[in-house]
Design a binder for this molecule. Structure first.
Ligand code: E4P
Length: 216
């Protein structure tokens, strides 16, 4: 199970990388816009911080323009993964890139049917948005389970990258469902560390040690 961070903030990425648990990064246009920096310069910096895959989304919506943009993004660093929307044009470009070995992340996946198409187009990753499905009254994690079942049954190579993660339990459920990756916002990565018994345990060990030291 790989853990990616879902942010374009370099301070968050550097901090999470320092914990030794970070396998990659996902960004999207909304996250990039929040940083207020030129897209390509920001992407290059992120790719220098993390050696693993860094997803960068195209802004174009028509196949030839998407392809040009995707190639340009892929040229920024060796670890760039070109993020494409699940549309007919997105899948056209995905197929072309798959033939050339350019890694892709097909984004905004909301159904097993979309997941099937994406795998057939040779995507490297597919991103089911579990939180947005939950928000709309559906069961996001059920989609992940169905995708894993389909991919396993037909030995598709596309990796399931669980996105739109809203809380630590999403990460645990994604892991139990057999997903390949979860991409997690910084705040939720931090929450994964916390358990009250760990905090209490540390305090008690230190108190016991200090008390014994005072006696001897
Ligand atoms: C994934 O690649 C997306 O950046 C992200 O997970 C979207 O999540 P949101 O629904 O919180 O915007």
């Amino acid at each position: 199970m790989k853990l990616f961070i879902d942010t374009a903030n370099v301070a968050e990425i550097a901090e999470a990388a320092s914990w030794g648990i970070l396998d990659g990064v996902t960004t999207n246009p909304s996250l990039v816009a929040k940083e207020g920096r030129p897209y390509r310069e920001l992407l290059a910096e992120i790719c220098r911080i993390v050696a693993g895959p860094v997803s960068a989304e195209v802004l174009a919506t028509e196949a030839d323009a998407m392809e040009r943009e995707g190639r340009e993004l892929a040229g920024i660093a060796e670890n760039v993964v070109v993020k494409l929307p699940i549309t007919k044009d997105g899948l056209r470009v995905c197929t072309r890139f798959a033939e050339e070995g350019i890694p892709t992340n097909l984004t905004l996946c909301f159904s097993p049917a979309q997941a099937l198409l994406v795998a057939k187009a040779g995507a490297t990753y597919v991103s089911p948005f579990v939180g947005r499905l939950d928000d709309s009254g559906h069961d996001g994690m059920q989609l992940v389970r169905e995708m894993v079942q389909i991919y396993d049954a037909y030995e598709f190579a596309t990796q399931v990258l669980v996105a739109s993660v809203r809380h630590p339990q999403h990460v645990v459920e994604a892991t139990l469902a057999g997903a390949d990756v979860a991409t997690v916002p910084f705040k939720i990565l931090e929450q994964l560390f916390h358990h009250p018994l760990t905090e209490i345990g540390i305090q008690r060990f230190l108190a016991d040690y200090r008390a014994a030291r005072d006696v001897h």
